[in-house]
Design a protein around this ligand. Sequence first.
Ligand code: FRU
Length: 516
Amino acid sequence: MPTDRRTFLASMLGAVALPALDVLDRTNAGKAARLEADPRRPQYHLLPAANWMNDPNGPVYWDGSYHMFYQYNPDAAVWGDMHWGHAISPDMIHWHHLPVALAPTPGGPDESGCFSGSAVIDGDRVAVVYTGVVAAPETKATLRDGAHSYKETQCLAFGTGKDLSTWTKVPQPVVAAPPAEINVTGFRDPSAWRHGDRWYMTVGSGVRGKHGCVLLYESTDLQHWRYLHMVASGEDVAGQSANPVESGDMWECPELFPLGEKHVLIYSTQGKSFWQSGVLNPETLIFQPEQRGLLDWGAYYAPKTQLDKSGNRILWGWIQETRPVEEYRAAGWAGMMSLPRILTLEDGVLNMQAASEAEALRQRPQNFSSSADEDRNQRQIASMRVKGVCGEILCVTRPGTTTFEFALADSQDDDAHPWLSVRYDPSNPDQTMVDGKPLPVGTTPTGELELHLYLDGSVIELFINRKAAFTKRFYYGGSRAPSAGMRITGQTSLISTLSVWPLTPISRDRLTGVTS
Ligand code: FRU
């Protein structure tokens, strides 16, 4: 588990207990009103109506609808008591909340939490494999991070009925312990798929003091699993820490899937999410990576994929809070789901962009028309706004030999520190600086730089040339969402496209699809 949750739990040990936030319902009008009025809550990203969420779990297209599950604490806007929240959508953009799908069963293998997992279609039902945790003494625990001590097992449950509203758990774990020969740093976050007449499943793990790894299992019925071997593993880590996720010798939420001619492995550790593309040897079932990178350079963790109804590979990620825990606990909500991102491979390099379904939210755009008159261009840019921080911006330019800078800030405040800044300097043609951080993406072979941004309440998802993503959280005070304005320096006459779309919120309030 990432550090902020650990630090928070440690700080809570001496803290006064605050009233827990209940599951939001219409009878809890005061709290609903406060959440509805919070301008920092997104309007077209999925998040629960209240309280805490983290990882996406088991996204699946089933019976004509998209189902999303996620790590959810129904009682507070902080990590703990993990349930699987559930939402349904016709298009991966408009969501409707459904009752919790999985809750810890007292006395069961998940009595201390239903951790992350994934979904597969098994005939006329959906099967989810997930990690059940039970508090355990350190000698029996597989998860020890300096703050928690849990025994992790892999569990199975089936969802049936209209809207997958009925869940039946297999009472005993389907994998009760990690392979005895490995001194594991963790044993969680299963991901299953079918190949021929077999099921395969990966589980995130690591060898203590050495490296992260992905364990591979095989089954014919989802219930009985045989451990095969490590399908992938990392380099030895530099140092050790009480929390192996911090030192990198524990890989969380791995997933291995085919994409184009290759296979792609994703996993999360050390606060970041990684991709590798390469070959899954069909004989040995060992993954050989060839190219690698980061899935996102900002506040983005524990992603998970699914196939959409047309067979595209879609990536979902948990967008974290980057403000202090006291602030989000007081706000009554924490975390959101990223937009669905379509993954493709180009020469083995992972490309991503928001799924085209997001275009349905677009209202009439403001379009920039470039001229040779720099002052006129600047006046036009200054008049373009994303009102209420709910919109999309597409900027395509050909910086040539000039440095190009693009910043987003509160349009009412000329001196305001930008919420996000992007800088391309042609003397470093293979990188773009975002908030002062170098990202390994330059202009395209034809000299273009494409910036695609989605702004929503307190988040910006930025895609540069579809090759690098940067998710930024930013927070302003007050009870009204400001208008976002752009500041551009460089040759604005070289801009070929600059459009700003207001986007339509997905629910009437900021409760994002709350059940009416
Ligand atoms: C990743 C993670 C997973 C775990 C879940 C618990 O953020 O730590 O490894 O299953 O969150 O909420």
